[in-house]
Design a protein around this ligand. Structure first.
Ligand code: LFR
Length: 488
């Protein structure tokens, strides 16, 4: 099988072989995913990404010596493309970090009060949400085009151009702010109140459903045979959560990459006022599960610092940066890694310094100090979020499963264990591709449920454990961080 995983900063094509007990994977293609500012709008370069997808297919065939048994794409959440009745893409998809949807969000919340919208969709109001991006679309005069155009989330858009079939996979649709989290289907009354035509949206299909067959013209172009296109788990975070190698039934997870998504898997959504105030969203998972989670800025903070420093002439690798931070003095300044001031692209070191100045803390000056500030602030945010998850569910959680590329940052994993006082079980790094591949295996009937998927992942990719260290010292520091949050 082959998985193509598009993250917000890089993408990869991975082949997977399942022998009935273990999954083995091989990365065959990796590429950068760099957004492009054109005029006043930040875009994804969809054509380039589709090209990379095809490159991945050619390389997968070369590596396997034959055409894979199936293909599935997953991507970051919320973004989409619009397609006209001839099947043409209407412009390049917009990027969720483009702040053009902020005014649209304010307008929408005049039509449906935030508390009401949360109770009906289970999604935290953020300018990145599909619903606000759609309302901000300038080209779209919904009145005129309503019956004609279709909106396809990024993975669905790739699947459409691969197979010619339009569908809306449940996990990715669940990031939109337009689903009914209880029915796990479109929320038509919310669409109508906001004047979004329901005809814009495609039918919801559940993860693990076959979308169609690879188009014959693509087979001819790439010299590959036909293969099924499967909606495995279109949302990258949902795919990552499906592959958590958990044995225990209760644990918190952190899917660590550009974002840190921290949460817990539930059977039903929590739609209370308290969970809205604490900024939790109810997204959809495999087998109709609910991912109650919070978006935390994650390694985006570090990625943007690195980009700024590179433009200033300092090219630093992540390993180098973390190493520097490891030897930097422990910080006494923190940021709130949930604050939306850190959402848009731009000079991140400066924004962090400004945040520390504005909150009356010592301003980190050197690059190692700034990196240390980011990593410690993330760990503190995780501890705060864990407490909130425990409050909302009424359960005490002893383990945190960390998955995704971010766990290659060992300092962050250790800090997370030390600051939370919990055992951190880290792995797999390629959780998203693995989740994608195992959901394909499920579609082929090779495994039957999430429990089996997780057992296969445990057997195939043994995780690493981090235990808390220096508990008293971190307790003291956390108190300081907490006071800072309360004050601001
Ligand atoms: C992670 C992720 C998050 C989503 C964010 C924006 O890659 O998919 O789950 O909130 O990207 O789309």
């Amino acid at each position: 099988m082959m998985a193509v995983d598009f993250g917000a900063s890089s993408g990869r094509a991975v082949t997977g072989h399942f022998d009935g007990e273990r999954l083995s994977i091989q990365e065959v293609h990796r590429f950068a995913n760099e957004p492009v500012q054109l005029g006043d709008r930040l875009h994804w370069d969809f054509l380039r990404l589709f090209h990379e997808l095809k490159q991945g297919m050619v390389k997968a065939k070369q590596q396997l010596g034959r055409t894979p048994a199936s293909i599935a794409v997953d991507t970051w959440g919320v973004d989409y493309g619009l397609v006209d009745p001839k099947g043409q893409l209407v412009g390049n998809p917009g990027h969720y970090r483009d702040l053009r949807s902020e005014p649209a969000m304010r307008e929408a919340l005049k039509l449906i009060p935030e508390a009401d919208l949360y109770a009906r969709t289970g999604i935290q109001s953020s300018s990145i949400n599909t619903v606000y991006q759609l309302l901000a679309e300038e080209q779209l005069s919904f009145g005129q085009n309503a019956g004609d155009w279709r909106m396809l989330f990024m993975p669905d858009l790739f699947h459409y151009y691969l197979s010619g079939v339009m569908a809306s996979e449940y996990t990715i649709a669940s990031t939109s702010g337009l689903l009914d989290p209880v029915k796990r289907d479109w929320n038509i009354p919310v669409m109508e109140t906001l004047s979004l035509p329901p005809s814009l949206f495609n039918p919801i299909i559940m993860p693990g459903t076959r979308v169609g067959e690879l188009r014959p013209d693509i087979c001819a172009e790439l010299s590959v045979d036909g293969m099924p296109v499967i909606a495995a788990s279109g949302h990258d975070t949902a795919a990552a959560v499906a592959s958590i190698p958990a044995e225990a039934s209760r644990y918190a997870f952190i899917s660590s990459g550009t974002w840190s998504l921290m949460g817990i898997e539930l059977d039903e959504p929590i739609l209370t006022e308290r969970s809205r105030q604490l900024l939790f969203s109810n997204e959809g998972g495999a087998e109709g599960k609910i991912r109650l989670l919070k978006n935390i800025m994650g390694l985006w903070l570090l990625q943007e610092c690195r980009r700024t420093w590179a433009m200033e002439g300092y090219q630093l690798g992540y390993a180098e940066l973390t190493e520097m931070a490891e030897h930097a003095p422990r910080n006494s300044s923190y940021i709130d890694a949930g604050d939306a001031v850190f959402l848009p692209p731009g000079n991140m070191p400066q924004r962090i310094q400004e945040y520390c100045r504005a909150t009356g803390q010592p301003v980190p000056q050197s690059r190692p100090e700034i990196v240390r500030c980011i990593l410690e602030s993330l760990a503190f945010k995780y501890r705060q979020t864990l407490g909130e998850i425990e409050e909302l569910t009424g359960e005490r959680l002893e383990h945190i499963h960390m998955v995704g590329g971010g766990i290659q940052n060992r300092l962050l994993c250790q800090l997370t264990a030390s600051v939370t006082g919990k055992t951190v079980i880290a792995g797999p790094v390629e959780a998203t591709s693995i989740g994608n591949l195992m959901m394909q295996a499920k579609a082929h009937g090779e495994v039957h449920n999430l429990a089996e998927i997780r057992q296969v992942v445990r057997q195939s990719f043994p995780p690493e454990t981090y235990l808390p260290q220096d508990a008293d010292e971190w307790e003291e520091r956390y108190r300081k961080y907490h006071q800072l949050l309360v004050r601001h």
